[in-house]
Design a protein around this ligand. Sequence first.
Ligand SMILES: *Cc1c(COP(=O)(O)O)cnc(C)c1O
Length: 365
Amino acid sequence: MLKTPYYLIDKSLLLKNMEKIAYVRQQSGAKALLALKCFATWSVFDLMQDYMDGTTSSSLFEVKLGREKFAGETHAYSVAYADNEMAEVLANSDKIIFNSISQLERFASVSREHTRGLRVNPGVSTSEFSLADPARPFSRLGEHDPAKITSVIDKVSGFMFHNNCENDSFERFDEMLTGIEARFGELLKQVKWVSLGGGIHFTGENYPIDAFCQRLKSFAQTWGVQVYLEPGEAAITNSCSLEVTVLDTLFNGKHLAIVDSSIEAHLLDLLIYREAAKLLPNQGEHDYMVCGKSCLAGDIFGEFKFEKPLQIGDRLSFQDTAGYTMVKKNWFNGVKMPAIAIKQLDGCVELVKEFTYNDFVQGLS
Ligand SMILES: *Cc1c(COP(=O)(O)O)cnc(C)c1O
């Protein structure tokens, strides 16, 4: 048995998402690029690249990773590029999408030969958190004004809209896309490709995937564009767990269990959005607050039900821990960083990465 803590990626679960993505590509004609900011654990890219068209990125390092580790197209995007990054970004990408007209103009001459796009912000989104809402007031994410965009249309051949966020409603997606068509139709006619970004939960249970495919197809036909999707969370949803061990139990008015991990260090996204970790089946008569081992008072995974009282040495498995987790893990408190293991399609579990004291030391100087 592997030593905890470790993230366990199950390729057979990942494959279910990949097959849905492949189906959408085939039925709709859209291309699908993995958003590396959500998930960059490249040991499973060998499987993913057979079902997706490539990657998209948020920085120079991500675009290089996409080029190096994932077959197919590599899209470059960043909220802002520094002058000293541009040569390498261009050398490692097939398309570059600028976030603003001023960045597009700043790099217009060096990127002359490159396929270029511009991020457009339609001013509506589905995010419930202003922290993650690309359409929040005064948002810096993309250009808003059709007239301004028209003035640089000769410099780009495509647009990127990313305004969905964990959106599991096809109706809402459809409605927002219709809004985009109404507001930016004249511009859409003048480009060759449009990326609709990520945040669409089309790999979820019961998502009306055929209606989604039809909508993408009709969008592509109406405007004469190649559509791209940039799934992050939808590509890896429910394919990973975080395996931990109970180190101590206490009773302080509630039963507490402390595990050899930390939500602050290993599942940070949940803490930021004030969500509990998922632990199944979450049934039984024994209630526990499961806590991390960092000294942050609120390092709490959540309150869960168990069939039997928890004992030191019990193993627990938090579910759905692939997206925005491994990419955000950190060395807070010097807590041992979870190893990474992969359950291969034949069921064998393979340890692919372990972190050591030396990695902790190397992270600073
Ligand atoms: C974050 C992001 C994505 C991926 O979003 P998910 O919600 O993980 O699907 C795709 N494109 C852009 C531009 C993004 O910023």
